[in-house]
Design a protein around this ligand. Sequence first.
Ligand SMILES: Nc1nc2c(ncn2[C@@H]2O[C@H](COP(=O)(O)OP(=O)(O)OP(=O)(O)O)[C@@H](O)[C@H]2O)c(=O)[nH]1
Ligand SMILES: [Mg+2]
Length: 373
Amino acid sequence: MNVTLFGYPRTGKTTLFNLLAGAHAAVHAYDDGKREPNVRTVPLPDPRLDRIAAAYPEKKRIAAALDLTDLVGISFGDVKTSLLLGLLRKADGLVHVVRGFAGEDIPPARGRVDPAADIRSMEEELLLADLVLVDARLERLEKDLKKMKDPEGEKERDLLLRLRPALESGHNLRAVAMTAPEEKLIRSFAFLTLKPLLHFINIDETDLGAVRRPGDLVPGLAAPATGDTDQGAMSPSGPGRRVLAFCGRIETDLAELEEGERRVFMAEYGLAEMSAPLFTRQAVSFLDRISFFTVGKDEVRAWTVRRDAPAAEAAAAIHSDIARGFIRAEVVSAEELLRHGALPQAKEAGAIRLEGKDYVVRDGDVIYFRFAA
Ligand SMILES: Nc1nc2c(ncn2[C@@H]2O[C@H](COP(=O)(O)OP(=O)(O)OP(=O)(O)O)[C@@H](O)[C@H]2O)c(=O)[nH]1
Ligand SMILES: [Mg+2]
């Protein structure tokens, strides 16, 4: 599972990467000409995993992991031809880091600081990159179809012809209703506008009061209504843009402090939470995935799988052998399991269900896969 940080030059991508990954990658990448991305894997905290693991103190606890990639800035207008396009396409989710801080010493990429304009133009660039891909594929398909009849190719062409106008009229492919087989048909294109996208605005400390209400900060770009909490700001449901804000400079200073001291300064700035826990807590749902858990011989472990995935796919996330030899899944929700204490007691109480390979996995399921080796 991976997320890529990208955006125009000097917006604070590496600063955010360091905050999220607890890393110390050099900023000023634009000075030394470094082109390779920074990469780091971070564990995703999950209180349910902690509580299940607490019932098994002798077993190791293994959190689900998220791979973070930090790209160098892409110049305005360059996304569709960027050498980094391949890396963007590989991502499961995209975090667009947006310049919101003034900072006269660091000239903004487009001459002025205008997060709303940057968000709109980056979204257009993503649409355009997908459109280029659709057109190139359509041209190729039409040529082939003239030479030879190919029902699969015709299906693909018809679908692409349906996607094209959506892109042209400024709609993400996420907004186009597609059947599961259709989604599969175009999966290999790795369209950018199909990916979960979050705009993360790097704001000035004077705007910190608005940090969890970026909709107030950037009028017209309201995140889905979230009341006073940040909950749901990254959630994929609903048509709204997903926008969060952080203050790179302040958080970088705060990250150096000890917990107690940090709390004091955070309170002073009116900052309820640092970006790292905020982000990692919501990363699984941001990526349109859900978590499930396994209690193995030696370890209690969290996994993630695509939302709406069947049990067979969850099994495959662990090991292809388990998917291949799948017999039954023994399933109990984490809540139910914890009510009984541990698996043996839950079993005794008849709380464990036997499910087949088509069972749609629910967030928080604890699963034991029976399989034939
Ligand atoms: N004033 C101010 N400066 C910041 C803030 N965040 C980052 N910077 C500075 O902006 C410069 C660029 O930050 P980076 O994190 O390297 O930005 P980047 O987007 O990774 O840059 P490239 O990879 O070169 O595109 C650095 O000098 C940072 O110290 C902020 O919130 N406020
Ligand atoms: Mg950078």
